[in-house]
Design a protein around this ligand. Structure first.
Ligand code: SF4
Length: 448
């Protein structure tokens, strides 16, 4: 049976491991026991081998970042993270990474968010790798430890709803209580289910899926709370130098993240650069000039916001097909605040009547479409509350915003305004290069 601390390092067992073996003095010493376990796996490149506990702490985040963003990612290079035998080292690595982040960074920082997300993903994948009977037993034991299972009031999970880690609509409730067990479900709903076997309905609506979702989100929430506690305590205690050093290593690893984006999918030519207005497609150029009341709201909030933000920050989104947030590229939101939003607000002002004067709520919706929830300004602490919308396709624009679509020759070759933008930038770049080499050649022949 897998150790529960391998899935939930914040368990009592996990705390004991750290107390007994988590000395901060030896975090950078070569650890032969750790290396023995790691060497059992099939790592393609020695660069990925963690030989110290500090290294393992950083590898946990590196695994998540590369898996999410790097098309060269090879699972074998991180297979050691899924070896149950590594659990004691893994627990210590979890605590030192959480403490390093807590002492050095804000609980809402990118470092905190990535660490919490990585922990959630690790739990998910570690559970997936267990044999079915062991997975079921582990889930049941974890649930017992994480929540009082009899009569779970939905309010007892309010922290998860509040932080949007789980949606109330994902759960089955009865008289304010969350139904998780099959026997409870059958007792409460068997009579009401017609034309379908009630057991099948239980598997469909609840089953292992909801139990694992709750476990996962609770572990993420507890990780977040732990980082907050460390951060609060660090105001009064001098942090250990090893933790500061590990925090620096984590920060550098996150900075490398943008190189994964650039390297993914050979999209070297489609990099984030200043906006080139002359490459905007006709529909966007028209929106920038202002739109009449019929199409105004969707043109600004849906079309322009998504187009300008991706064109400026991540024009290769469709080619690379990765999951990305605004702060992955614009870590302090300077580009969003100083370049992207002013253009959107200017276009909104050009509308007739001016959009935000007429409908102030739409200003909040612009922020929401950038992934920062319904707020008046983008703020890292709200990132992820909504989705960063990708630009709609030409087909959709032709249906919903037909007055804006005035296709030109380039439009025949693309299916999305962002693809138009990338193609047109490439054409403009090529024609300017051709122009300059022609000029060079003419100079060589003495032509005027
Ligand atoms: S075809 Fe597409 S890119 Fe061209 S104007 Fe119409 S919607 Fe815009």
């Amino acid at each position: 049976m897998v150790s529960l601390s391998f899935l939930n390092p914040l368990s009592t067992e996990g705390e004991e491991i750290v107390r007994e073996k988590g000395s901060l003095e030896s975090l950078f010493d070569k650890n032969t026991d750790l290396l023995r376990i790691v060497s059992k796996t099939n790592i393609s490149n020695d660069e990925y081998t963690p030989d110290t506990l500090a290294d393992l702490a950083v590898k946990r985040l590196e695994w998540y970042l590369r898996k999410k963003n790097d098309k060269q990612f090879d699972h074998n290079d991180y297979a050691f993270l899924f070896e149950p035998e590594i659990f004691q080292f893994d627990v210590i690595a979890f605590y030192i990474a959480a403490q390093a982040i807590g002492v050095k960074f804000n609980p809402n920082s990118r470092e905190s968010r990535v660490f919490i997300e990585a922990q959630g993903r690790l739990v998910e994948e570690r559970l997936e790798k267990l044999p079915p009977y062991e997975r079921k037993e582990a889930v049941s034991n974890l649930l017992n430890l994480l929540i009082e299972q009899d009569n779970i009031k939905w309010t007892s999970l309010s922290e998860l709803f509040g932080s949007k880690k789980i949606n109330l609509s994902e759960l089955i409730l009865d008289n304010g209580e969350v139904v998780l067990n099959k026997s409870d479900f059958l007792l409460k709903f068997e009579d009401k289910i017609v034309n379908r076997p009630p057991e099948k309905m239980y598997d469909l609506l609840i089953g292992q899926r909801i139990k694992e979702l709750i476990i996962n989100r609770m572990i993420m929430q507890n990780t977040e709370n732990y980082i907050k506690r460390v951060h609060e305590m660090s105001a009064n205690i001098e942090p250990h130098p090893s933790l500061i050093q590990i925090a620096q290593m984590i920060s550098e690893k996150l900075a490398e993240r943008s190189t994964y984006f650039a390297a993914s999918g050979g999209a070297g030519e489609i990099k984030a650069t200043a906006l080139q207005h002359e490459a905007f497609p006709p529909c966007i150029a028209k929106t920038m000039e202002g739109v009449g009341s019929g199409n105004r709201n969707d043109a600004i909030v849906l079309l322009l916001t998504s187009f300008l933000s991706y064109a400026r920050l991540y024009p290769a989104i469709f080619r690379n097909d990765v999951s990305v947030k605004v702060s992955d590229i614009d870590s302090n939101l300077q580009i969003v605040t100083n370049e992207i939003l002013p253009l959107i607000y200017e276009a909104a002002d050009n509308c007739s009547p001016p959009l935000f004067e007429d409908d102030p709520q739409e200003k909040l919706n612009v922020i929401a479409k950038l992934g920062f929830g319904v707020h008046s300004d983008p703020d890292l602490k709200h990132e992820g509350e909504s989705k960063w919308y990708t630009p709609m396709s030409c087909d959709k624009i032709k249906i919903h915003l037909s007055a804006l679509c005035k296709p030109d020759a380039t439009c025949k070759k693309i299916g999305n305004p962002l693809s138009y933008y990338n193609r047109r930038r490439w054409e403009l770049r090529n024609s300017s290069q051709e122009g300059s080499s022609k000029g060079e050649a003419e100079k060589g022949t003495g032509k005027p």
